[in-house]
Design a protein around this ligand. Structure first.
Ligand code: NAD
Ligand code: UDP
Length: 336
């Protein structure tokens, strides 16, 4: 039996593949390389000494997906494949709805045709919208403020309806908070195209000299130092959450939303100062206006993951930043 990992050459997917290979799982990756490179596969082999089956295909391509299920004995799917840039989703909404929503529907249809009804889905804390107070828990109402968030919400709703219609489905809908960090080897990590949108890739590219200075978006939020607070989680902890979710699928009937966060909030300036201390590099920054759509404080109530999956994040902020810096300094231009 094999696990199908869509988007498995991406940031979170590659770290999850490493954790699954450590457990001797047989892995099939499907990725269209829209935001990743096959060089990741060599790095995964260097870390684990093991190989995976890699299929370059688009989840929207029904025939290609059918071929995957015909030629491999797939037991469960971890579905990471998707476009994830919030700003770009507002300028290219059709691409985002097509890729993320239509692609997921195609994947789900092909899974159903082949009787594969075990799924772990990459959702996001973005589905909590802007009106819920932190800590955010899974019972809170969901909403979305941009097309990317809408795609996650739509897919979640599709999954809830699907699981209601057929009790054979077991689905863990994992709502990630802010994944950062990298594998401790420094061989795999986050490798965004172009100018990064997210804080950590931006800070690490300033530290390595690729970008001149950070803009801190707002210092007048109602937070201890006025800058935005987020729940940063080490990508390896997140990957291990997927392993636990896969193990738990046999006990899940239906679709269960589960937060994957630490439960702690960290401000932008705390990130900058910790990064500076750990890397020994200067991180020039200036205060810029608030970024549209940002909210002051977002962190998880992680109790469902603790209780249901017997999982909690183990790595602290210093480890997250040390691992980010090791990856960035060893690979100043990413995988290229
Ligand atoms: P990533 O871009 O590094 O990985 C996604 C992978 O999916 C890439 O390798 C890309 O090439 C592939 N892909 C995209 N569209 C595809 C398609 N149609 N067919 C096949 N492959 C396709 O992103 P990531 O950070 O690893 O995120 C993985 C998942 O987690 C995404 O669904 C993302 O929305 C979700 N998520 C990410 C974050 C985050 O901050 N990184 C937060 C919450 C949720
Ligand atoms: N942020 C910032 N400068 C940047 C990128 C992000 O000040 O160049 C801030 C942002 O306003 C937020 C935090 O860093 O308070 C995390 O932003 P990110 O985009 O990484 O995650 P998200 O806002 O999607 O949770």
């Amino acid at each position: 039996m094999s696990l199908l990992i869509t988007g498995g050459t991406g940031f979170i997917g590659s770290h999850t593949v490493v954790e699954l290979l450590a457990l001797d799982k047989d892995i099939v990756i499907v990725d269209n390389l829209a935001n990743s490179s096959t060089l990741v596969l060599d790095r995964i082999k260097q870390i684990t000494g093991k190989t995976v089956t890699f299929i370059e295909a688009d989840i929207c391509d029904r025939q290609a997906m059918q071929q995957v299920f015909l030629t491999h004995d797939i037991d469960a799917v971890v579905h990471f494949a998707g476009l994830k840039a919030v700003g770009e989703s507002s300028t290219m909404p059709l691409s985002y709805y097509h890729n993320n929503v239509a692609g997921s529907i195609t994947l789900l249809q092909v899974m159903a045709e082949h009787g594969v009804k075990n799924l772990v889905f990459s959702s996001s804390a973005t589905v909590y919208g802007e009106n819920n107070p932190s800590p955010l828990d899974e019972t809170m109402p969901t909403s979305a403020t941009n097309p990317y968030g809408q795609t996650k919400l739509m897919i979640e709703n599709i999954l809830f309806d699907l699981a209601k219609s057929d009790e054979q489905w077991s689905i863990a809908c994992l709502r990630y908070f802010n994944p950062i960090g990298a594998h401790e080897s420094g061989l795999i990590g986050e490798n965004p195209n172009g100018i990064p949108n997210n804080l950590l890739p931006y800070v690490s590219q300033v530290a390595v000299g690729r970008l001149a200075q950070l803009q801190v978006f707002g210092d007048d939020y109602p937070t201890p130092d006025g800058t935005g607070v987020r729940d940063y989680i080490h990508v390896v902890d997140l990957a291990q959450g997927h392993v636990k979710a896969l193990e738990k699928l046999k006990d899940i009937s239906g679709c269960v939303p589960i937060n994957l966060g630490t439960g702690n909030g960290t401000s932008v300036l705390e990130i900058v100062n910790t990064f500076k201390d750990i890397s020994g590099q200067d991180i020039p920054y200036h205060i810029a206006p608030r970024r549209a759509g940002d909210i002051a404080t977002v962190y998880a109530d992680a109790s469902v993951a603790n209780n249901l999956l017997n999982w909690h994040a183990e790595r602290d902020l210093a480890t997250m930043i040390a691992d980010t810096w090791r990856w960035q300094s060893q690979n100043p231009n990413g995988f290229e």
